[in-house]
Design a protein around this ligand. Structure first.
Ligand code: ADP
Length: 265
């Protein structure tokens, strides 16, 4: 609680007054703490690739550039770390745009059958690189009210994670279905992205939608992750009046379940 004293300017001849305001600042303080933690995390995440770029560039300048093999391998690292920085900055900007509501969503009716088909097609090359089978199944005639790009971002993030965290030769599935088909206003659509991957330990499950939370930092890094994907997914799901949750078993795989309100086209 915070106590604020406000001197009151009174009319001529009256006694001067004092207004006491007692304010509950718990929520404000929590927000401030979250914000400064976020800034600390961002700085830490940015420092790692910058240090790598700087270190390898310096070593090249100090003479390593004369050995073509070393030069090639160091330049590859510099290139990869720059891309990482780029992705990180992109995700941070995206998150801040979403949180500050600076770019309002452009809603329109989306036909999930066509939409899911298009996204799966888009990811097929990525899946093929790891020999991962990408399958999909979507009921016909299911429509949701969504920002097409943003809904795409949600599903692409989930698909990319499915591919990243599934060993070669596994499979990733997308399924879109009607959840509660009684024709009422509250009918919902469920889109599930499942994989036969490494799974997520029980103790980590409640935290994986947090910004920068990663079960295995090295693994996330090597697959090009920023640790921000799922927090962006969660924000976007909420902006669509939907929800996202996860069920997972270590060594068996994960299901990410997105639920959105159904609309009549
Ligand atoms: P990242 O960029 O690290 O993938 P995300 O926010 O997308 O960040 O995911 C957070 C963490 O959740 C990941 O680092 C990973 O540990 C875990 N995770 C996400 N998706 C999956 C999945 N399909 N299978 C196993 N673990 C996952």
């Amino acid at each position: 609680l915070e106590l604020i004293f406000v001197p009151m300017r009174m009319n001529e001849g009256q006694e001067p007054g004092l207004l006491l305001v007692l304010q509950d600042v718990t929520a404000i303080r929590r927000l401030e703490r979250m914000r400064s933690e976020f800034v600390a995390n961002v700085s830490h995440e940015l420092k790692t690739p910058v240090a790598a770029v700087k270190g390898f560039a310096e070593t090249l300048l100090a003479g390593a550039v004369n050995d073509p093999e070393t030069a090639h391998s160091f330049l590859t690292i510099i290139h990869d770390e720059s891309e990482r920085l780029n992705r990180l900055i992109g995700d941070i900007l995206e998150l801040s745009k979403i949180e500050s509501r600076r770019s309002p969503l452009q809603f329109s009716p989306i036909d999930l059958h066509a939409f899911v088909e298009r996204l799966v097609e888009f990811m097929s090359t990525e899946a093929a690189k790891k020999n991962i089978q990408l399958e999909w199944q979507a009921e016909e005639g299911l429509f949701v009210e969504a920002d097409e790009d943003r809904l795409g971002q949600i599903l692409l993030n989930l698909l990319q994670n499915g591919i990243n965290y599934t060993p070669d030769g596994g499979s990733v599935r997308v399924k879109a279905e009607l959840l509660d088909g009684d024709g009422s206003e509250e009918d919902r659509v469920r889109i599930t992205v499942s994989d036969t991957g490494i799974g997520i330990p029980k103790k980590d499950l409640p935290r994986i939608f947090e910004r920068f939370y990663r079960v295995d930092k090295a693994r996330s890094r090597s697959s090009g992750g920023t640790g921000l994907g799922l927090s962006i997914v969660k924000h976007l799901a909420e902006l669509h009046h939907g929800s996202i949750r996860v069920e997972s078993t270590v060594g068996v795989g994960s299901h990410f379940v997105l639920e959105l309100p159904l609309i009549q086209p």
